[in-house]
Design a binder for this molecule. Structure first.
Ligand code: SIN
Ligand code: CO
Length: 373
């Protein structure tokens, strides 16, 4: 794979080998001449929307206060020590989506979102650590980052957010627009705005095994098949009527142990789970949808593209889109894998797709999951 300016001239393979999950990397001018994709007014407007996740954190008079969005009004921008955080801007803004997709050397199943923070002079979220890897791209103004490989991860009790009790910074950098800092999970950091600034966080997704396990068992509850019912034709009289007999336990265990999970079950679960849209996502169907025939005619001319809100993944014969899964025939699989990897199909790929795939494309178009290019 080729060297990326985004990674300071490293190839993705070198980055994974030496930095990913291992140590921080400061990349000066990762995106040379970078300018913000949204003005601060556009960001404040997004934070007012009900379908956008946002938080306002103020640190006035030495007191942290956290307000969850929608944020009707932000403090005066001349007032020091506040910050607005807007999650998943990529779902709402084409250029933000395009920026996040520059990180697709990391699989879609691991990429989470692009968060944008605005901070007034002195603003920030305080010294903390995250459970996920993060790329912090400076978009506007300057931010001073202090970072450290902190062993003591104790946090201060009683605050509305997690702040390290005893932050021990080891390095300090001032980031300018276009500079980017990669931090592995649990690496302590504190970013303070030097004058007003905006920082873009490219965040990752790493579900906790407990969460996966609970969701997997729920998923399997719908598909297990255990015929028959408990019976005890050999029952004996008991002197301890409250006791569950060993014989009963043995017979039930013998049946329940028949619940077996295959790798295919796990693949089906995982794909559905990872492609499930976030709670805040709503799709916008076309106002006047074309008939199947007209849609395919237009798609053959113009091609199609996935909505930026669509999550499409695949594993083996299984295709997953926005929480739904199905298995594709061998020839259809090639077309659908291409759609998932490129997030678009050329007209000629639509033209040669099977009737089944064309029908699926039309359904997804009607749901607002994809559109004509
Ligand atoms: C910020 O942009 O202020 C917060 C980013 C982070 O520390 O994870
Ligand atoms: Co952080």
């Amino acid at each position: 794979m080729k060297k990326l300016t985004l990674l300071g001239g490293l190839t993705p393979a070198q980055f994974f080998r030496d930095y990913w999950h291992k140590k921080p990397l400061l990349i000066r001018q990762a995106i040379p001449g970078f300018t913000p994709l949204l003005s601060r007014q556009e960001l404040f407007a997004l934070a007012q929307q009900h379908d956008v996740e946002s938080r306002l954190l103020t640190h006035f008079d030495g007191q942290y206060k956290l307000e969850n969005g929608p944020i009707a009004a932000v403090p005066d921008i001349r007032r020091k020590n506040w910050t607005l955080l807007v999650q998943s801007v990529n779902l709402h803004h084409a250029a933000a989506d395009a920026l996040l997709r520059q990180f697709r050397f990391i699989p879609d199943a691991r990429l989470d979102d692009l968060m944008i923070s605005y901070a007034s002079d002195g603003g920030g979220v305080g010294p903390h650590f995250d459970s996920y890897d993060v790329f912090l791209l400076q978009a506007h103004g300057q931010r001073r980052w202090r970072i450290g490989a902190q062993n003591d991860l104790a946090i201060i009790d009683g605050l509305p957010l997690k702040i390290l009790r005893d932050f021990q910074p080891e390095q300090e950098f001032v980031l300018e627009p276009g500079d980017m800092l990669y931090l592995p999970p649990h690496y302590a950091h504190d970013g303070v705005a030097l004058g007003e600034c905006m920082t873009y966080s490219i965040g990752f997704r790493a579900p906790a095994y407990q969460e996966l396990g609970e969701a997997f068992l729920q998923f399997m509850a719908d598909s297990i098949d255990l015929p028959g019912r408990y019976a005890d034709p050999d029952l004996k009289p008991t002197a301890h009527p409250a006791e569950i007999s060993r014989a009963m336990l043995a017979r039930v265990s013998e049946e329940l142990i028949k619940v077996q999970f295959t790798e295919d079950d796990m693949a089906l679960f995982l794909g559905g789970y990872l492609s499930e849209p976030k709670a805040c996502v709503t799709f916008t169907p076309p106002a006047r949808p074309l008939s199947a025939e007209k849609f395919i005619q237009a798609a053959v001319k113009r091609g199609i593209m996935l909505s930026r809100k669509t999550q499409m993944l695949y594993r083996g014969k299984h295709i997953f889109i926005n929480g739904e899964s199905f298995s594709a025939a061998r020839t259809d699989k090639a077309t659908l894998d291409l759609l998932a990897d490129n997030r678009a199909l050329d007209g000629k790929d639509v033209a040669t797709a099977s009737i089944d795939v064309q029908e699926a494309l039309h359904l997804w178009y009607q749901d607002g999951w994809l559109s004509l290019a």
